[in-house]
Design a protein around this ligand. Structure first.
Ligand SMILES: *Cc1c(COP(=O)(O)O)cnc(C)c1O
Length: 240
């Protein structure tokens, strides 16, 4: 076990707990996804040894490689009571349509759906594979044109279209704040995502399963918790 990683993990969990307490939120209302995209496989295994089973990757090719390696690790350690029996992978990065099938083999939640065509491709592949897939719509709440994500004003309409797709379960929204030290801009971005999230809930487009608001990374997760995040995606705070 890498002790620096174990210490950082403990510190992160404490910090999330304290932020939740200050914000008047239950710690259980916030799920932590550990983003392993920069971590060598040994450290990913250490994360799992720490008991963690919710992991995120941003590239399809890396997901395929690391998920296979972790599956081997899990089967070799199936008799270890402290090691989870399975892990859940979240795809959090821009996904090309020709990588959908490979991605679906390893992950049951794609957080980065931002076009109708991508949603259709995921739905078709999931249908052929005989599975249902949880997805989140990625919203561009910063308005920066170079960012991926559905423009805020188009999100409700896209949610309505996706709600009709038989093999997709639209379970929430994901967003990324601009990379800036100006916390007002970061907070405004998270607040905008929360507003769209509440709009979609209020219009009952998808029902009770629409419950995840994935926002907050290493730099900005305390603000995200204060603004209502239910999922954090954190990597560099542990691995940098
Ligand atoms: C890399 C990444 C993260 C994690 O960012 P850190 O700053 O390493 O915590 C979260 N979300 C997405 C979409 C990412 O690509």
């Amino acid at each position: 076990m890498n002790q620096i990683l174990a210490d950082r993990f403990k510190h992160l969990q404490d910090s999330i707990g304290q932020t939740c307490a200050r914000a008047g939120r239950s710690e259980k209302s916030v799920r932590l996804i550990i983003v392993t995209k920069t971590a060598p496989p040994e450290l990913v295994k250490d994360v799992i040894r720490l008991g963690w089973a919710e992991l995120g990757e941003s590239r399809a090719q890396r997901l395929t490689q690391i998920a296979a390696e972790i599956n081997t690790f899990l089967s070799e350690n199936a008799d270890q009571p402290d090691i989870p029996k399975a892990v859940h992978w979240h795809m959090i990065g821009h996904l090309q349509r020709n990588k959908v099938k490979a991605t679906l083999k390893h992950c049951r939640m794609i957080q980065s759906v931002d076009t109708l065509r991508l949603a259709e491709e995921i739905n078709t592949c999931a249908y052929k594979m005989g599975i249902h897939t949880d997805i989140l719509l990625q919203v561009n709440c910063s308005g920066e044109p170079q960012k991926y994500g559905v423009p805020v004003g188009a999100t409700v309409h896209l949610a309505e279209q996706i709600a009709t797709m038989t093999n997709l379960r639209l379970t929430g929204l994901m967003t990324m704040a601009p990379l800036t030290k100006e916390t007002d801009r970061v907070r405004a971005c998270f607040a905008r995502a929360k507003e769209v999230f509440e709009d979609i809930r209020a219009e009952k487009i998808v029902g009770a399963k629409f419950k995840h608001l994935s926002m907050g990374m290493s730099q900005d997760y305390p603000i995200a918790i204060e603004e209502g995040a239910t999922m954090l995606r954190i990597g560099s705070a542990l691995f940098a």
